[in-house]
Write a protein that binds this ligand. Sequence first.
Ligand code: SF4
Length: 278
Amino acid sequence: MCFGVRDAIALALDHAADGPLTILGDLVHNPNVLTALEAKGIVVANDVADVKTPTVMITAHGTSGRTLARTRARGLDVVEATCPLVHVAHRAVAALAREGYHLVIVGQRDHVEVRGLTGDLDCFDVVLDDKDVLALEERPRIGVASQTTQAIEKVRHLVELIRQRFPRSEVRFIDTVCKPTKDRQSAAVEMARQADVVIVVGGRSSNNTRELVNTCARYCTRVHHVQTDADVRPEWLQAAEVVGLTAGTSTPDDVIDRVEARIYICAGASAGQVSQLR
Ligand code: SF4
């Protein structure tokens, strides 16, 4: 787990010990973590209108200044669990907007972090692939930043494409992909190159988990995304000598440990051929 997710969970548990707490949206995109928080009496609401407790927590993904102001205007105490590296991305977006750039965010349009990054902008675009870049309009000044959990190679590729498509525009890129994401992506590439099979552990709606799956799939043809150990299938491991194991930044250690144990059991049951686990 990255420090941003770890700190957000610790903050939620601290505040839950002092009184009722509602988290606005998923604190992290991991069903196991969410179940553990619910067991402590923490409620999740998707809309501020549904909050019934006096205290509400903003998730590690952050939110816009406008949403914060709306939440406080309802008389709610706001606890911010926004990751400091998401704050860095917010500051980059605000600086580009202040300097008159038209903002293009690389990310998933409906992801809570992207909604937070764009929530204070009146005019912006969100792109995720080449097709989205081809649909952009020409602007004299384009400022590009990204969701913190995007793969940096993909972000650089899209920035380059924007530059090629609009040679007359001034294009300024601020790299807001967080370091834990970059580290994990480069370690995953190294691992996937050596593995016959790769298993990626993480929530279905976790963006950085999905990005890990996509990255590994470029270097290994047998990549599987699992949420828990129960998802691991023995047939995936047939004739595999090296199995790679990695996980999204919001995956708890105990979930990864159980997947690792299940891989060894399945490998023994199928062919006993897993000789290394990295
Ligand atoms: S993935 Fe990066 S930005 Fe998101 S919580 Fe973790 S460290 Fe922060």
